[in-house]
Design a protein around this ligand. Sequence first.
Ligand code: B16
Ligand code: MG
Length: 211
Amino acid sequence: RFKAVIFDLDGVITDTAHYHYLAWKRLAESEGVPFDEAFNEHLKGVDRMGSLDLILARGSRSYTQDEKLALADTKNRHYQQLIATMTPDDLLPGALRALEEVRAAGLKTGLASVSKNAFTVLDRLGIRDRFDYVVDAARIANSKPHPEIFLTAAQNLGVAPGDCLGVEDAVAGVASIKDAGMYAVGVGSPEVLTRADRVIPSLQKFSLQDY
Ligand code: B16
Ligand code: MG
């Protein structure tokens, strides 16, 4: 019944969510700000400056805009170091099969990541040509949970939002899909992804006939 499936990247197709976590943790600790997995959950799907603001708000001092830009840059360098050695082996189990299933069923395939490093990651994974449209995060004004990124993907795929299925691992991402008027498949735990229409533990359990 769907005409397109729009995937998130970090945490759905590959575990860069963990690399983002490590890079932010290193930065937060250098600023004396406490950081753990539970807090990191709020950062998933949130863009770089938005994430930094959330982290620094837990610290004890305020920062100038220049200081913030420098810190964001430092985090990005930590992150780029971590993704530089990725290979197709870093695809999460079931990811390639899910992409193949969508294409074989005659549906369009889109990618909606707010990461400015998404094209690099797709190239390292060797899967850029498996998508009919990849949103360029640099052209998105509003990060997830705003629906802009999923709506942009749908528009460029030429499919109405109501005919799209979105796949996300983040609370902010699921909100973005639902507010775009799409069906949301969450990847993770149902206790966390409460707004998703269905939750699966990984793409290994993704099956179009279930939705
Ligand atoms: P960058 P997604 C998001 O990607 C990540 O979930 C989030 O943790 C990160 O801060 C954001 O990308 C920006 O990434 O610093 O590389 O531009 O989940 O939308 O694929
Ligand atoms: Mg994600």
